[in-house]
Ligand binder design. Structure first.
Ligand code: LLP
Length: 443
């Protein structure tokens, strides 16, 4: 079976160049660090476009597929523009994400709005800018959205987010489809919601169902399991309410390869399983082949991203760990401290003849827990060496903070030996831009 880009540890263009340095997108990583400073997020455009094409090819046999990028993984104006060129829509989860894609000139009909506690302002914005679908999560939201739509004399096209009761084996914090989840309608609550939509909420038009099981998933069975449950519900709803639902959103979740221990399935495997299952349930439940939405985030953007850091101080604990500190850490990549996530790293500058040793890469933030990679074999490091951490495209910048009042890094896009800045490095003035000193405290 064909492999897909989410199964690669590194961006597809990663090479050692004529200087013996690492290069990505034809750009020498040491030169990038020099030009833009570190920490620096780098996104390889070829790798990003390659996974988009893997997804599209994997689903081409089912033309009623709509690819929506889960922009929570990394939402920036330039990334949105690339994905729109690849004909992806967007799964957004906040007013901020909606605003970003809107300002990037995205066709808002191809945007979906998800979330378990969307505010009045966010729903209002979604209707104002013409977001194509709103996935309604709970009874409170049904009432609120209907009220806002009514006040605008509009009809909101909606999906119902359901909790299919499927468990997957991923970190507890990123499971969502199990029964005791905070997301979506329990299967036993669906009929009540539909009753309300039919009889009371005249400004809501229900198009289909939505579920999402979890993230960084390696099990292939969950997608067919999910489709079985949703198809059964669609047939039951048609029978009981005469309501013809034509859309099925099966969420995101496909995993990536952070280390050699990770073996995510390919988009092609998932595509085949999903399409076979769809064909099966269409027959079994005698339903119209639904339009399916996929909303992958991590598997789209993770592999294309790396982070560059500069080596600073060293501490050798007598008879203990050797800590090498880099100039970033838990504020630009909170995943190791939040989810015990594992990463691999290499030295970007030429260290070909340097003996290796086992060290721990420590972050620069004031917490003992700020360890980026524990026990990694790297060539003996010196101050000024450039470290490249792989697979940082997803949920790194998007979860970054200003902890310790440190500026967020810049991000560059690399392709064909060109680099373009797509997020400016924050400045010290950015950090205090929203601070206000009350007059009485002014000196
Ligand atoms: N759709 C819904 C409704 C979701 O909640 C999510 C992710 C996705 C799609 C995209 O899932 P993906 O394809 O990226 O797995 N911060 C965590 C991940 C949280 C995922 C939340 N929901 C991490 O860094 O691992």
């Amino acid at each position: 079976m064909q492999i897909s880009t989410n199964q690669s540890l590194k961006p597809l263009t990663t090479q050692i160049n004529e200087n013996g340095n690492l290069s990505i997108g034809g750009c020498d990583l040491v030169e990038l660090a020099d030009k833009y400073g570190t920490p620096l997020y780098v996104i390889d455009e070829k790798t990003l476009r390659s996974i988009c094409s893997d997804y599209k090819k994997a689903f081409e046999k089912y033309p009623k597929t709509k690819m929506m990028y889960a922009s929570k993984a990394l939402c920036t104006s330039a990334i949105a523009s690339i994905l729109a060129e690849e004909d992806f829509g967007f799964d957004t989860v906040s007013g901020g994400e909606i605003y970003t894609v809107y300002k990037a000139g995205i066709d808002m009909e191809k945007v979906l709005f998800n979330g378990n506690n969307k505010s009045y302002d966010e729903l209002n914005l979604a209707l104002e800018v013409g977001v194509g679908r709103i996935s309604v999560d709970n009874f409170f939201e049904l009432a609120l959205l209907n009220e806002i739509a009514q006040s605008k004399n509009k009809t909101a096209e909606i999906l119902l987010r359901i909790t299919p009761g499927i468990e997957c084996h991923t970190h507890e914090y990123i499971q969502t489809g199990h029964l005791d989840s905070k997301f979506g309608f329990d299967l036993t609550q669906i009929d009540n919601a539909i009753d309300l939509i039919i009889n009371e909420y005249k400004n809501l038009n229900l198009k289909g169902l939505h579920a999402h099981i979890g993230s960084q998933i390696f099990e292939t069975s969950i997608f067919p399991d999910e489709i079985e449950i949703m198809a059964k519900e669609i047939a039951r709803i048609e029978e009981k309410f005469g309501l013809h639902l034509t859309e099925m959103n099966i969420g995101g979740g496909l995993g990536v390869k952070y280390t050699n221990l990770d073996n995510p399935p390919s988009t092609y495997q998932i595509g085949e399983l999903v399409i076979n299952k769809l064909n099966e349930v269409v027959e079994k439940y005698n339903i119209e082949p639904p339009t399916i939405f996929l909303e992958p985030g991590r598997s789209i953007i993770s592999t294309s991203g790396i982070t560059l850091y500069t080596v600073g101080s060293t501490k050798q604990v007598p008879q203990g760990t050797k800590y090498i500190a880099i100039d970033g850490g838990m504020a630009d990549n909170p995943r190791p401290s939040m989810y015990q996530a594992k990463y691999i790293a290499e030295v970007a500058n030429n260290k070909e003849n340097t003996p290796k040793e086992k060290i721990t890469l420590a972050g620069r933030f004031c917490e003992s827990g700020d360890i980026l990679i524990k026990d990694i074999e790297l060539p003996q490091l010196e101050q000024g060496d450039i470290i490249c951490v792989y697979n940082t495209g997803a949920y790194n910048y998007s979860m970054a903070s200003n902890y310790n009042r440190v500026q967020k890094p810049a991000m560059v896009l690399v392709n064909d030996a060109n680099s373009e800045i797509i997020i400016n490095r924050e400045t010290l003035d950015d950090l205090i831009a929203h601070d206000i000193i009350p007059d009485r405290l002014k000196k």
